[in-house]
Design a protein around this ligand. Structure first.
Ligand SMILES: C[S@@+](CC[C@H](N)C(=O)[O-])C[C@H]1O[C@@H](n2cnc3c(N)ncnc32)[C@H](O)[C@@H]1O
Length: 307
């Protein structure tokens, strides 16, 4: 049973509203062959700690022993370290649950910011075993301003782990092929077939004018997630994303004939998914999607006229 009291049904599409940890803890073991997650960057509470020292100074603002005057000097401000510790402590129990929920031949794709990836890799090596690490996929894009102080960072990392690197689903024949960079060098037949993607994926972000755009700030492109689903699951399989946001993995899974379980604790994400999945067969748990779907249906009703 799920926290909501609704039993887990692995043959249908479900969206859960709430903190993912208790919901994951209620899920059965070894049932999901593919988990993709794109956690928020640094959810820990910001703890600004300022270190100070006092120095003898007759014009100082503090009075000390025997009436001596001191002034206060700020040495350093340490904000991010505590933040960072909180972040890994937040992720760890959720990733332990993810490992438990994966089928023996299942895999995890963990999408993360380039500044955090190395620490998350160590955490995931502990949970999955270093021998089960398969790839650090680079999603490269070209967007936004370019700093002149260092090489402009224009990529995210996606860590790919199998539960068991000796036996896991990975079907390259099902993956959409991409054009060769120099098709003239490979001959017409190969050029027409295209090549398999490597571990570096060039793809633009979801642009402001894109048809895909939902308005959710951290939305990822459907094409990236389709590639993951094609390679690492089979038609009819269940795909889990417990940091679902706008529900991109749900859209990709639906298009490829997979089922999905999505979790998010943000009401705005629920509203976006309710609208995005209006035409799909999806059950929402802990949230009523109807008001957000109704907007679309109403508009369609007006377009087609009253019946
Ligand atoms: C980076 S966004 C995911 C974006 C998503 N991949 C997409 O394409 O739209 C991370 C999401 O995790 C959700 N989140 C953060 N902490 C959570 C928690 N404890 N339980 C459930 N969802 C959480 C946030 O609300 C946010 O929507």
């Amino acid at each position: 049973m799920a926290e909501s009291g609704v039993p887990f049904d692995l043959g249908s599409n479900r969206v859960y509203f709430g903190d993912n940890l208790p919901i994951l803890q209620e899920m059965p073991s070894a049932v999901v062959p593919l988990i993709y997650v794109d956690p928020p960057f640094n959810t820990g509470k910001a703890q600004q700690r300022t270190q100070i020292r006092t120095v003898r100074d007759e014009a100082g603002d503090r009075t000390g022993f025997k009436g001596r005057r001191y002034r206060t000097e700020k040495i350093a401000s340490r904000a991010f370290h505590d933040d960072f510790d909180d972040y890994l402590a937040f992720l760890e129990p959720r990733l332990v649950e993810a490992h438990r929920i994966l089928t023996p031949n299942g895999s995890l794709y963990f999408h993360i910011d380039y500044r955090e990836v190395h620490y998350c890799k160590l955490l995931l090596d502990d949970i999955f075993g270093r021998e089960n690490f398969l790839n650090d996929i680079i999603w490269a894009y070209d967007y936004g301003g370019r700093t002149k102080k260092k090489w402009p960072p224009k990529h995210d990392n996606i860590l790919f782990y199998a539960k068991n690197a000796d036996d896991y689903i990975f079907n390259t024949d099902a993956v959409d092929r991409i054009p060769y960079m120099a098709p003239g060098l490979v001959g017409p037949e190969k050029a027409a077939r295209g090549k398999l993607p490597t571990d570096t994926w060039w793809h633009s972000i979801v642009g402001t004018n894109s048809k895909e755009r939902t308005g959710y700030p951290t939305q990822k492109p459907v094409a990236l997630l389709k590639r993951i689903i094609q390679a690492s699951s089979r038609p009819g399989d269940i795909v889990l994303d417990f940091f679902a946001g706008s529900g991109t993995i749900g859209e990709a899974a639906w298009a490829l004939g997979r089922h999905f379980i999505l979790i998010d604790d943000n009401e705005e994400a629920m509203q976006v998914m309710a609208k995005r999945f209006t035409e799909m067969d999806v059950q929402f748990i802990g949230f009523d999607p109807r008001p957000y779907r109704a907007v679309v249906r109403q508009a369609e009703h007006v377009r087609s006229g009253p019946r």
